[in-house]
Design a binder for this molecule. Sequence first.
Ligand SMILES: *Cc1c(COP(=O)(O)O)cnc(C)c1O
Length: 386
Amino acid sequence: MDITKILHSFGENGFSYSPVSIPIYETSIFSFESFEQFQESLLSEFDSHLYTRGKNPTVEVLEKKIAALEKAESAKLFSSGIAAVSAATMAFLKSGDHVVCVKDAYGWTNRLFSQYLNRFGVEVTFVDGKNPDDFIKSTKSNTKLFFLESPTTFTFQLQDLSAIAEFAKDKNIKTVIDNTWATPLFQNPIELGIDIVVHSASKYIGGHSDVVAGIVAGNERDIRYIFNTEFMNIGAAPGPFEAWLLLRGLRTIHLRMQKHMENTLKIVDFLKTVKEVEDIYYPLYENHPQYELAKKQMRGGSGLLSIKLRVDSIEKIIKFTNALKIFRKAVSWGGYESLVMPYAATNREGLTEKNKIVRLHIGLENSEILIEDLQQAFFAMKKSGF
Ligand SMILES: *Cc1c(COP(=O)(O)O)cnc(C)c1O
């Protein structure tokens, strides 16, 4: 389906008065005309409006649009991205199962697999993931799930989605990918054979740094199963107002992503010329070690990248960060504004190799202003005795 169709009116039928903006159905319960209708609804909550924890008309419009954008049969909105990650994986795991997970995944995803699931007897192997063999060689007889994040959102390593999906299908292993970075506009993992796609909608889907939410998309059978297990039992249900904010953000996702990409490519061009930048981690940078794979499985790139600073002290990183005026110091990403997140701020370990990495989110501001801001921050850092 054409993206205009999806963003314009898809999934929006059924509302009285033909509203152009989707009404916020701020109701927790729905009532019935008869015992028979009431019973029917109680017996299949996935398919009917009974209670807003399960199904809500405002939320449903967003779910239909995201499913269409991801080329999935079905999608479910969650109250956060990490709730979506947890539900999509835990639904398919039990005690005694084994998971292979990419090593550099989002922090709380890593924590889920490295600590939380151990409590329930789930065994996990972490792999680099750049080579499909990393997954293949780690597979055991009890391996039930592969967790991918491509690219990873700090060091920007990719996994070969088709190759991994093909192997997993053959072995009956469920594949789940976090597709937050690329968004459904630039990468559709389901088309490449992956079973389930998760998103933190708090990033580009919302796009305005004003809502926390998550998405799980996949075939109807899997989504129905996740709904009837982790979704309804753990109950990370989104509110109708959050869904409305996401619908409002979604209308411009194609414009925003294009501008994030344009700005980021300009910033990368600038960063290439900066002596104080030792390395640039961005999949669409032609010197990225997996540039060819990036072009093969993605149609574009978003605004998040990392750089490694050529520094001999932690003070230089602090100086650089503090000198930035337009780039704001904050976690997360995906909104209008450019952001800086030095890895060194996440610990007190001093000047390790990893602590030289600084993550930047390139927002929708004028790229010249962003370059000027970076330029003066590099200058301030150098002046402090580089
Ligand atoms: C932010 C993020 C998450 C978690 O999403 P929340 O909405 O913050 O719960 C998961 N994966 C990636 C890649 C993220 O960037």
